[in-house]
Structure formats: C-alpha cells, structure tokens
Design a protein around this ligand. Structure first.
Ligand SMILES: C[S@@+](CC[C@H](N)C(=O)[O-])C[C@H]1O[C@@H](n2cnc3c(N)ncnc32)[C@H](O)[C@@H]1O
Length: 300
C-alpha cells in the first residue's frame, strides 16, 4: 500500500498540478505521453497475460479526450486495455456521469471488431447511474460524452437510472466477464455494488474499480494546499486492498485504477465480511442494499 501511495505522489508533485497536464494538449502529445508512461500499465498487462502494445496505446491515447468529471488518460488506457483484451459480449457499468468510461469502452469494443449491439439487438454496455444529470453540472445529462466522442457507436450504450439493484435485476445470470464499478466512492458502497453485481458475473470475471487511491489523493491535495489531509471516499480502496484474490493496480498516474478477478461470484460472503468490518462506514446504503451481506457486520 505504501509503495502504491508513494508511486502516486511522485508524478503529482512533478507536474505541480492535477491531472490535466498528463493529458497533453494535442493528439500527438497524448500519444507521446502514452508511450513514455506505458510501463505504468505493466501490472495490468501481466495480470491479463498479454504484452503491452505501445503502438496501440499511443493510437488510443491520440483518440481519447478528457471529459469533465471523468477519467485520467491512464484510467482510459486501462479500461481500453481490459476491453480490448477480454472482448466481453456485454459490460455492466456502475457510475456513468459524463459517460467518459462508456465512450472509452465503446471505442475499445469497436477497435476489437465487436459490433455495438449483439445478435439480439441488445447494446453491449449497460450503464447505471442514480442521477439523470451530471454531478458537476445539473443541466448536463448523464452520458453526454458518448454522443460527443463516439456518436457512431451510441447505440451500443444502454443507460438506466438506478443503482446496482436495478443492474442485478436486469443482468442476473448474464455471465458477464467484465464490469466497471465507478459509482459511489464512500465506503461501503463499492463492496455492496460488487456483492449485488456478483449475480451477473461469470466465474473468473474481471471487475475494474476506479478511484482505488481516491482517499490518498484527496488527502495529498489537501496537504499540498496547506490544509490538514482528510481521509475520505475510501470505498474502492478498502475493497481493493483487502481483496484476497488476483488483482492488479497501475503504477504512478495509473495508480488510481485497479482490477480484481472474481473467481467465485457466488462465494463472496467471507470477503465481504472482512471488508465490511475493516473500516468505518462513511455512509449507510440502507437496509435493502445491506441485507445482501447477511450477517456481515459493519466496523464500529
Ligand atoms: C465518478 S462518477 C462516474 C464517472 C464515469 N465513470 C466517467 O467515466 O465519467 C460517479 C457517478 O456515480 C453516480 N452514483 C453515485 N452513487 C451511485 C450509486 N449508488 N449507484 C449508481 N450510481 C451512483 C453519480 O451520480 C455519478 O454520476
């Protein structure tokens, strides 16, 4: 954990700014940044058993653009790498906001030769968000970036208003081999998202968790600004750090995105008990959501 955090502080301090500069102002700059930093994605390539294709990384980086409230370049490349490698027939996406992750995954599917809709006409990506408008702008509809970044692939994104209960009801038994959890970051939401979503997962599914270093990043920025660091929004971090199975997290700027491999989606209760009891809950998702954990108890 300490290693991951120190890996994160280094580029942040060097850039003397937030994520923006790492994007590069032009497509060529982004491609160059991706080539320079490709090694930061090596843990994901190793976990997936593939070699890093720097030519593809550079090309994907030159296509992708920042979207407000969305991913950094390395998050986008990581998502692209997973989708391109796993070639999932359908993806569950929890937390859509502007739709950056949606657009990135649609593009990666298309690059892998996968049509936006399957043989039955169903879209490939099933996105869920509790909000209808973006958290950063009440006038902007959730998912707007899909039409801006990949208008020709928009039919591949199905957007529903609701949380993981809706996702579980609609996708139960779907045997998904890939999903993204990027919804509420307050502990213990990510853990309950995974528990509910497990009904839709295939054994051995990969689940990407965004913001696995968010609490550390927030605290770091606060400290840099001369304020005492506040530890908050550690839901994905706790789940990732206590995940007992196969997992990977990026290095440096890619250190805020992680992936866990769910070998036994039906057997998560022991993991859940451990995660739920390990840290103070930042919020209470409510009785209906938490009932799925059975006797698992919250940390005092
Ligand atoms: C960090 S943003 C998602 C960013 C998005 N993946 C992207 O790439 O632009 C988190 C989103 O999750 C939504 N959200 C918060 N709690 C949620 C929950 N319990 N279930 C589903 N969505 C939730 C918020 O409304 C917000 O739009």
């Amino acid at each position: 954990m300490a290693e991951r955090w120190s890996a994160w502080t280094e580029p942040a301090a060097k850039a003397a700014a937030e994520w923006g500069p790492e994007w590069g102002a032009t497509a060529d700059e982004r491609a160059a940044v991706a080539r320079r930093g490709a090694r930061m994605l090596r843990p994901f390539a190793e976990a997936l058993g593939v070699s890093l294709d720097e030519t593809w990384l550079a090309a994907f980086a030159s296509w992708v653009r920042p979207v407000r409230g969305g991913l950094n370049l390395w998050d986008a490349l990581t998502l692209g790498l997973f989708v391109r490698t796993l070639r999932p027939a359908r993806i569950a996406e929890l937390g859509v906001a502007g739709g950056h992750s949606s657009a990135v995954m649609l593009r990666a599917l298309a690059e892998a030769g996968i049509a936006p809709a399957d043989a039955t006409g169903q879209p490939r990506i099933w996105g869920y968000d509790i909000a209808r408008t973006c958290f950063f702008d009440g006038a902007t509809p959730v998912g707007f970036a899909v039409r801006e970044l990949v208008p020709e692939l928009a039919s591949g994104h199905r957007l529903a208003t609701g949380d993981v209960r809706l996702a579980a009801a609609e996708l139960e038994g779907a045997g998904l081999k890939f999903a993204l959890i990027d919804a509420s970051h307050a502990h213990p939401w990510a853990t309950f998202d995974l528990l509910w979503l497990s009904r839709a997962l295939a054994p051995g599914a990969w689940v990407v968790l965004h913001d696995v270093s968010l609490a550390r990043i927030i605290a770091h920025r606060e400290e840099r600004a001369g304020r005492p660091g506040v530890r908050m929004e550690y839901g994905a971090e706790v789940l990732f750090d206590r995940w007992p199975g196969t997992k990977a997290v990026g290095l440096g700027w890619a250190g805020n995105i992680g992936a866990i491999r769910v070998e036994d989606p039906a057997g998560l209760s022991a993991v859940a008990s451990d995660v739920l009891a390990s840290e103070r809950w930042e919020t209470d998702p409510g009785a209906e959501i938490t009932a799925i954990a059975g006797s698992a108890r919250r940390a005092a």
